[in-house]
Design a protein around this ligand. Sequence first.
Ligand SMILES: O=C(O)C(=O)Cc1ccccc1
Length: 305
Amino acid sequence: MRYGYFGPAGTFTEMALLRLPGVEDVERVPIASVEAALEAVRDGSVDAAVVPIENSVEGGVSATLDALSSGADLVVVHEVLVPITFVLAARAGTTLADIRGVGSHPHAWAQVRHWMGARLPEATYVPCLSTAAAAAGLAGDDTAYEAAVCAPVAAQAHGLQVLAEDIGDNRSAVTRFVLVARPGRLPEPTGADKTSVVLFQADDHPGGLLELLEQFAARGINLTRLESRPTGDALGRYCFSIDFEGHVNDERVGETLMGLRRVCADVRFLGSYPRADGAVVEVRPGTRDTDFTAARAWLRGLRNG
Ligand SMILES: O=C(O)C(=O)Cc1ccccc1
């Protein structure tokens, strides 16, 4: 098996990949952007790819959400949660006073803003493709920045000096990563599963979002993430990217998806997969599989007279 990941080596995404079960037998292929990593899955050059999707501080990773909601269908087959610790790294001999520019990934920069405001208020942010790419840049001598915000492993891998440790504004920051594959066999239901979809509505109308939410509420389904993303067609046109508890094989999830299919112009199914936190889904009274099958049998009886 070949797994692509948002690289180069030393990104937080590589750490997520290393936490996957059976990774010892997997060939790891670093790919410099999320879009290219997902495209490599689509064109078959890798079997699956790991990308960041959601951050407990910054919210959804737009590049991932947008690349999953357009183009050929892909599905999430696994999720991984990684606690994130940032360091400020620089070439040997650099002091805080020498730093004019700081290179990093936009999601990393957003999570160290307060630290930077307090300790390096004059420093300019230099956007880089990833935290590890920012660190790798410092291994050469021609960069528009003197320090990088990256993972401790990336600083170490490039022989950089760590000027400050644990500089994240929120010490309990966690990023959620997903393993994405071409549609095929679904992961088995475990009782602690999540399902992801992107919902497109035909038009903009009062109560449009409520109509979607009602489908979930009526079947006792708890949402774990809800984001609106521009469709790109026109200003004000949005789709909804949603994660919710349950597996597509659960009756209540199947009924919800059918309800959504009726009221949406398009429902893009992004997979059912085991939850990384293992939290068992609490099924509300009246929404168990047996409740749905009994209700269906009752209706069949009515129709048969
Ligand atoms: O740039 C990286 O190392 C990534 O994997 C993306 C990222 C950046 C910041 C927090 C979590 C993931």
